[in-house]
Write a protein that binds this ligand. Structure first.
Ligand code: NDP
Length: 474
């Protein structure tokens, strides 16, 4: 068991209290991290505020070089990072390795984007009062960014906030999830080794209700970028005061399988999309709408493929599903399955729990009142629902408080176009599922799924202010 220090003002520091971090599968304590107090948060914000005065002057090419060095160090330390993600988040090894590659790419994209942050000219003479004037706008960093992240991608979701913030000349105070904070500390070491100036990146660890709220309410923080649940996002918007807030929240993602689709391509992809990281992904496939003519064949093949998944120790190379984040979450998900079955759903496969591990579960004949349908399930549970017409399937997919991403399998271009025009979500994936994401595309949700967009270029837009410049040539 290692005792870690946290990273504030470019120094590795201890605090009066500590938090034990456990391996989510073995339950062994794998690390002890410093717990921040309100004073620690204020110190970290002060350090970031001080660092901003000089970091905003660091030229783009230097910020780009720092990010590139950090990307390369992520790649070099891939094994260490993937092991820590697997142990502290319980993520199956192959997906942890995938997360590290994505973290590398996120930093690499940020190193490129750092060199192309620009505004544009404004045709001033479009207005009578603008004649004889030259106008353009530039993008400038905001200052201290408060970043709050969830447990399920302890490296890449942190990277999605930290890398664009550095690229655009901001400074950061990060509050990672208390259950998975060590990966963030490994990233802090990487950034230190990459030559990031002192105070640009700071980490404060502790419960959201204390440490998170101290960060959100601090007046020196100019922007909060949050990824997590809508309940916490709602609280943040209410207490943040006058600062910009970006929210990346959950979904009860749907994918539609039309009868003209290639279902042998769709099935393996749908299985991975429903069960990767034990369903604890914001765009996990939760509701599959299948045309009634192909429903029996789809469900039969889907459940057979599900039963082949290897469930167990996430450190083994060929494991598909490890534990859920904790036993309470696994019990909560099991309870939701029971409720669905009591309300008339058919349990096709799975449904059993062994401690923190919930078997991948397939339900059919679910209805929209059941929690496995109308709430974000965030567990290895998927519902398969039959439909008659494509238009009806789109309506079902939209019948949700959420609106992050949706998938549509069809080989009919008109149906694809109809889906694109009518799905109320931030991203429509044709011939793929809701789970598709690469790290430079715009990513974010409608309705309670969020406000704003991430994806490095888009996150930079959210982390910069527009400054208008005008020259009077009259
Ligand atoms: P939570 O909303 O519970 O927590 C997210 C973060 O917010 C944690 O760091 C948590 O701290 C902190 N927090 C909790 N309460 C407060 C508060 N009052 N003020 C400030 N911060 C607070 O989410 P989970 O960690 O359980 O993650 C799962 C959720 O994240 C799901 O809804 C999922 O869909 C969503 N998510 C969205 C993604 C997206 O990009 N759209 C991607 C990944 C996940 P602590 O845990 O230490 O108390």
């Amino acid at each position: 068991m290692e005792s870690y220090k946290t990273f504030i003002g470019g120094e590795w520091v201890e605090t009066d209290e500590t938090i034990d971090v456990v391996d989510k599968y073995s339950k062994e304590v794998i690390g002890r991290v410093p717990k921040a107090s309100k004073e620690t948060v204020n110190k970290a914000v002060d350090a970031a505020d001080y660092a901003f005065k000089s970091f905003k002057e660091v030229p783009a090419y230097e910020r780009s070089q720092i990010l590139e060095r950090a990307a390369n160090l992520i790649k070099e330390r891939s094994d260490e990072l993937a092991t820590m993600i697997t142990r502290e988040a319980g993520k199956a090894w192959k997906y942890s390795v995938g997360e590290v590659s994505r973290g590398y790419e996120t930093f690499k994209f940020a190193s490129e984007e750092a060199k192309r942050i620009h505004g544009e000219t404004v045709p001033m003479d479009a207005s009578v009062s603008g004649v004889g004037r030259v106008g353009y706008y530039i993008r400038v960093p905001m200052g201290v960014i408060g970043a709050i992240t969830p447990f399920n991608f302890p490296l890449n979701l942190v990277s999605h906030k930290v890398a664009p913030a550095i690229a655009s000349g901001n400074t950061i105070v990060l509050k990672p999830a208390s259950s998975t904070p060590i990966t963030a500390l490994l990233l802090a070491k990487i950034l230190e080794d990459a030559g990031l100036p002192k105070g640009v990146f700071n980490v404060v660890i502790g419960p959201g209700s204390e440490v998170g709220e101290s960060l959100v309410t601090n007046d020196k923080v100019r922007k909060i970028t949050f990824t997590g649940s809508p309940k916490v996002g709602d609280r943040i918007t209410r207490i943040a005061g006058i600062k910009r807030v970006t929210l990346e929240q959950g979904n009860n993602s749907a994918t539609i399988i039309e009868k003209d689709a290639d279902i042998d391509k769709a099935i393996p992809r749908c299985v991975t999309s429903a069960f990767a990281n034990s369903g604890q992904v914001c765009i996990s496939l939760q509701r599959i709408y299948v045309h009634k003519d192909i429903a029996d064949e789809f469900i039969d093949k889907f459940s057979k493929a599900t039963e082949k998944l290897k469930v167990g120790n996430p450190l083994e190379n060929d494991t598909d599903l490890g534990p859920m984040i904790d036993e309470n979450e696994a019990k909560r998900a099991e309870e939701w399955i029971k409720e669905a079955v009591d309300m008339g759903a058919e349990l096709v496969t799975g449904g059993t729990r062994d401690g923190v591990i919930l078997k991948p579960t397939v339900l059919r004949n679910t209805t929209k009142e059941m929690r496995v349908m109308c709430m974000e399930v965030f567990a290895p549970i998927v519902s398969i629902i039959e439909y008659d017409s494509f238009e009806e399937a789109i309506q079902h997919a939209n019948d949700s408080d959420y609106g992050l991403q949706a998938g549509v399998y069809t080989n009919d271009i008109k149906k694809a176009n109809y889906a694109i025009n009518n799905l109320d979500v931030g991203g429509v994936m044709i011939n793929d599922t809701s789970i598709f994401r690469v790290d430079h595309m715009p990513y974010g949700g409608n309705k309670i799924s969020g406000i704003g967009r991430e994806g490095v270029h888009f996150a930079i837009n959210e982390m910069t202010n527009i400054k208008m410049v005008m020259f009077n040539m009259n």
